[in-house]
Design a protein around this ligand. Sequence first.
Ligand code: ZN
Length: 417
Amino acid sequence: MSKRCFIILGLILFVFQGAAQGDESLFTPKLLTTPLIKKAFAFLEQSREEIIANWIYLAEIPSPSGQEGKRAAYMEKIFKELGLSQVGLDKSGNVQGVWPGQKTGKKILVTAHLDTVFQGVKSIRVKREGNLLKAPGIGDDTASLINLIWTIKALQNAGFKPKHNYYFLATVGEEIGFVGMKAYLAELPRKFDLVLALDGDLGKVHYGALGFGGGRVVYRGPGAHTMQSRGIPNPAVAVAKTITRLYQIDCPAQPLEKWTILNVGMIGGGKVTNAVPQEAYFTIDLRSASQKELMRIQNEIEQICRQVAYEENVFLELNLRKDSPAYQLPGARNSFLVKTLVDILEYLKIKDIEVDPLGSTEANVGLAYGLLSVNLGRTYGRFKHSLREEAEIDGLFLAMKQIILLLASLEKAPLTD
Ligand SMILES: [Zn+2]
């Protein structure tokens, strides 16, 4: 064969290999017949009551954002008992534990958050009713911490020797803007290949980051008694006019990669009926899968507000958040990671599978660094972020099986060079 033929053949092989590695799901149902998976699943079933007891125990340790210390100490103790390496707390209070694989294995970050939204709740008692556990924080994200602990235990028990290197991280401050995760990835000299965020409802797969761009609009004027109000600038009128115009802005529902929504949720101002208010305000909740759309709409909001302030002769105070951009990785939907996860969910007959680029989990932080990132749901639940939060016990076991099958499938992912 001539040298040229070799080069062409090599190129064809290279392209073929690239396509196979990049786009194919790594899951095959055959995996279920391997001793590894059989043993791991049997371990979960045998440990059922112990897992539920552990879940209740952890949920009863209050852990509001900023005060995660007790839960962090518990996770540190568990990571040590599991024999993970490099166990410890970082400056932010995140707890790390590493399950090393081969030197050339991928570096995979797996996170679950320690904090809950329940500031001031000092004592938590979990209620068990049939297939349900009820307590604030029982699902979000305590269930994921339990999934993390028991997935590791099940895999260890089944003799799993990972090819890739797993960095497990129990994070602080997720609910107040991914604080712990942001600090961890910013400080870290090594670069991860994949990020798996254990968070959200089972069956929801988010492979992109939803951006937030809303804020508060305030108009101010001199005010006046109703009797003297003719021709006096009225901030309430400016608010009404602005809201009407904001709802003329085009917020695309399709394609999903451009999905955007705008909502005016709060409105207020004035103190008495018989005067022109000196101040009136409203809030905007703006969310988009696309950073371009987010910025375009923020621009339109600013123009409309300025124009109305000019027309109504009032002062404008406008604050739109710029701290939570949208991120999308091209090709993420068709990546081996997302395809593998969706195949696993379908195989496990998970109800209501939703795959979209609208994530709002710690996977967002990975995406911001250009890392292929996805979330894995924890169980089915209701009333998240409320005192009557509920989570399903059976769903938790499905979620652990999902994680185990994903990690076992990822063994087929090539080593890094
Ligand atoms: Zn959460």
